[in-house]
Design a protein around this ligand. Structure first.
Ligand SMILES: Nc1ncnc2[nH]cnc12
Ligand SMILES: [Zn+2]
Length: 340
């Protein structure tokens, strides 16, 4: 049995596996510029965030109908449940679909057909977070928030993603203020490729409650002290950081140092179809590369529920935390179960 955990940094479009991409392409009459799934997989050699994003946006053009979004979400939920995910807060990128003529309603209702039944079908609770693309204009983000208004019963928060460097959080101050006024939770990618100052800006100007990645905070001791003091969660994505060359090799990932500094770290998969593993694969990879102890693994799982937006269901959060506390590790390497 895998360690129970929450996943808090997961782009649903980043769960599009090559097999499903080709199936949806055939269903929708979309021609992909790859001969087959093998040729597509060979394109998964990224030199930085932008080189990944180019492929990510290209491949998601196969998503057209409610059924497509439902199928995508159900495929993720099945994989995540098998990896011990009990709760997922899932990002989506509406601007990337709306720009291709797919209405907001199709995206949200399609995802909801899967997420609205995630407890019955997959034993998982789920929430939906809408991201703004930071390499699009502030006006486009405002229009997107407006388009989401009729669907806010399905969406708990807003995030900020896509190409980071040159697109500081300050650009999105107004739309985050409006989101706060609408009662939405706020997160943002910051400090993945961008400097520590972007993390500070996200906190001070956007009022984010959680930082996605936040990896580069380690370059600024005063910022680390602040994140520790204010208990700001970071949603780290170790396999993503290696594939996008934010770190050279996993053994050099700062996760262990971050935990030891007292940061509220969580481990997540980001875009698992592209980065070589879902969330338990990320847990196992850091365990093996950094020699994390059983108690550090348990702490990561606890942190994932503590950092989640389950304030709307504290009973459920308590139940999940009790599952983590009761979890018995096996006798595998580092005292963790072979598959846990
Ligand atoms: N890791 C990442 N960083 C920024 N934007 C993204 N969109 C999907 N994955 C992303
Ligand atoms: Zn991300």
């Amino acid at each position: 049995m895998p360690l129970p955990k929450a996943e808090l940094h997961l782009h649903i479009e980043g769960t599009l596996e090559p097999e499903l991409a080709f199936r949806l392409a055939a269903r929708n009459g979309v021609v992909l510029p790859y001969a087959d799934t093998e040729a597509l997989r060979e394109a998964y050699l990224f030199k930085d965030l932008q080189s990944f994003l180019n492929l990510y946006y290209e491949l998601m053009t196969v998503l057209r109908t409610e059924q497509d979004f439902e199928d995508l979400a159900n495929a993720y939920l099945a994989r995540a449940a098998a990896q011990g995910v009990r709760h997922a807060e899932i990002f989506f990128d509406p601007q990337a679909h709306i720009a291709r003529g797919v209405p907001m309603r199709t995206i949200v209702e399609g995802l909801w057909r899967a997420l609205g039944r995630s407890t019955e079908n997959h034993g998982m609770s789920t929430r939906l977070i809408m991201c703004f693309l930071r390499d699009e204009s502030a006006d486009s983000a405002l229009e997107t928030l407006e388009a989401a208004r009729p669907h806010l019963d399905r969406i708990i928060g807003v995030g900020l993603d896509s190409a980071e460097v040159g697109h500081p959080p300050a650009k999105f101050r107004e739309v985050y203020e409006m989101a706060a006024d609408l009662g939405l939770r706020r997160v943002a990618h910051a400090g993945e490729e961008g400097p520590p100052a972007y993390i500070t800006e996200a906190l001070d100007l956007l009022g984010v409650e959680r930082v996605d990645h936040g990896l580069r905070c380690m370059e600024d001791p005063d910022l680390v002290a602040r994140l520790v003091r204010e208990r700001i969660p970071l949603t780290l994505c170790p396999l993503s950081n290696v594939r996008l060359r934010a770190v050279d090799v996993l053994a050099e990932h700062p996760l262990r140092a971050m935990l030891e500094a007292g940061l509220l770290c969580t481990v997540n998969s980001d875009d698992p179809a592209y980065f070589g593993g879902y969330v338990a694969d990320n847990y196992h990879a850091v365990r093996d590369a950094l020699g994390l102890t059983k108690e550090q693994m348990r702490e990561l799982a606890r942190n994932s529920f503590r950092a989640s937006f389950l304030e709307d269901d504290e009973d459920l959060r308590s139940r999940y935390l009790a599952e983590v506390d009761a979890y018995e590790f096996g006798d595998g390497p580092h005292g963790t179960p072979g598959r846990g």
